[in-house]
Design a protein around this ligand. Structure first.
Ligand SMILES: [Zn+2]
Length: 64
């Protein structure tokens, strides 16, 4: 896990890679090799977001 990687600045061909906004944390993320086959389906920046609204937005858990 490299969750601590600071990706605020992208050094390199910024325009070369497509990017999207995560539907869970609303942060921009860029194309990754592992997504090359299903990039069009990717809407989450990480596994954590994909599994469910991660730890960052616990408020969205259903309330009685
Ligand atoms: Zn996310």
């Amino acid at each position: 896990m490299t969750a601590r990687t600071a990706s605020a600045k992208w050094k390199g061909n910024k325009a070369a890679l497509p990017s999207k906004i995560c539907t869970v944390c609303h942060r921009p993320f860029q194309w990754r090799k592992k997504w090359e086959k299903h990039w069009h389906e990717v809407v989450y920046c990480s596994q954590r977001c994909r599994r469910g609204r991660g730890a960052r937005v616990r408020r969205q858990i259903e309330t009685p």
